[in-house]
Ligand binder design. Sequence first.
Ligand code: G4P
Length: 526
Amino acid sequence: MTVKEEIARRRTFGIIAHPDAGKTTLTEKLLLFGGAIQSAGAVKSNKIKKSTTSDFMEIEKQRGISVATSVMAFEYMGKKINILDTPGHEDFAEDTYRTLTAVDSVIMVIDCVKGVEPQTRKLIEVCRMRNTPVVTFINKMDREGQNAFDLLDEIEKELKIRVRPLAWPIGIGKSFKGVYNLYEKNLILFQGDKKSVIEEYVKIEDLNDGLIDKLIGADFANQLRADVELIDGVYDEFNVEEYRAGKLSPVFFGSAVNNFGIKELLDSFIEFAPTPKERETDEGIIDPLDPKFSGFIFKIHANLDPKHRDRIAFLRICSGVFERNKYYYHVRDGKQVRFSNPTAFMAQDKQVIDEAYPGDIVGLYDSGTFKIADTITEGKKMNFKGIPSFSPELFRYVENLDPMKTKQLQKGLEQLTDEGVAQLFTKKTDGRKIIGTVGALQFEVIQFRLKGEYNASCGYQPIQLYKALWISCPDHKKLEAFMHDRANHIAHDKDGKPVFLAESAWLLQMAQEKFPDIEFHLKSEF
Ligand code: G4P
């Protein structure tokens, strides 16, 4: 197979959902279809259970287990599918945002009972930043959920994305009969309980065919006819280009736990989901067909065994062919690197690979050389864009509890924040260090890991902060003047970029009004 053909058969995507909508269940069913796992329940271990939210070690352990399920690759109908797992726990939202930088599209799962939920909103915001194409799967149709039209309206309004149903549900909850595939024009009948599901396909050329009445009853048949008429009147035809531009989301309905509607989703998905896309760098656009290898690190996972401090850095391949044992260029470090054991993750297995193609994810054993967003190339000096840090939501001052271990503390903080566990800011005036996170759990994780892996003790002091915003201004003097005026509220991030520490929304607004030329950014890339 040529490189071009290898690229054309790849589909690299993530599944996004508010916790409990059915992401794990859907992932598992997709793997079952791909023959990548043999039985249901096999990927459950990747899920952070709600009962243990306060037990962060347990969560870290589960996160550790989830290394194996970070990427789940399998073959299906001649296509190479790479599913990138995103942690469901909201305290690890930042991990999820970064993982989304490495996908070419997403499947969004919505619980038909609950509709659009907070985490869904945040994740779609992240997808919008890169115009990531979104397929919507409305799940749990076996439960008494909301009316399908209302759900679609809610998605359009709340997530600001247009939708186009490609299948339509007949009934819901106890009376759920199945779905009508609007394009294939067939009826897929649902008969099942949790244990056995029978999917029956019936080709329906004409919706007025009396056979439908026989199969699902006259009331449901008439309702379906009326619904389809309304759909054709309200929604434009499905346009694949608009979908690929991230403007239009095709919608499917089903029930993941019952394995219903999954095959239709997967079969359509592999048809229209984008192949590995071109990517932006500070030196211009890189096409996947560019013969020179390039890729970036989007996730780093620490080894939880304190005796082995090696980590796994996850590399997304963007162009060319990645080869084992070949020397590559680590752009930030300016050094040559070589990997003797690059690993590919299959559903439950991992294996050392000799080569990988654009769209693939490779795990690299790393002893501290990598930082999130590092670029690796065949020699070109460039950096991939679009892997920003986001303003954290929780902040604390770091306190060194053991002055004899200052160096260890520094190194530990440096490495943990390289891994993306949290963000580190240094205040301009007094050099105090501030840790910013998305979830409260990370503070405990950091303390625990500093002790276990670096033998350093850290404590925290409260700090009243609303946001940390990156600041810029085309006029350097004006930026200097602002930083001088608000010196007490200025810090630098790990890369030395200036950040404004806003104590409240009101104080931020004041600063914006007084210094209209200064731009305030919620992410580190602007
Ligand atoms: P998540 O990864 O998005 O957090 O969700 P997950 O797949 O774990 O699903 C959350 C719960 O919803 C699970 O129940 C799962 O069985 C259930 N579920 C998933 N799909 C469907 C569906 O189509 N219909 C119905 N009725 N339920 C569904 P649980 O009780 O939390 O776990 P379990 O004991 O069933 O494993």
